[in-house]
Design a protein. Structure first.
Length: 64
């Protein structure tokens, strides 16, 4: 379990709450989780960024 928590922290998916043995899910995990039921501002911003980048790549004739 310790190794799993260490790996999740190393990838920025969880953060340890100070002075506790508890963790919470970070924003990065919120973006990458495909099964998150509730929409969030962070996921909406990520989608808008990806869409804008894809449009820019299309207009510049680059492979996205």
């Amino acid at each position: 379990m310790t190794d799993d928590l260490r790996r999740l922290r190393a990838h920025g998916l969880i953060e340890r709450l100070p002075r506790t043995r508890r963790y919470h899910v970070t924003g990065l995990a919120e973006i990458t989780d495909p099964d998150r039921p509730a929409p969030s501002r962070l996921r909406a911003a990520d989608r808008a960024y990806r869409r804008a980048f894809a449009d820019l790549a299309h207009y510049a004739h680059l492979a996205a």
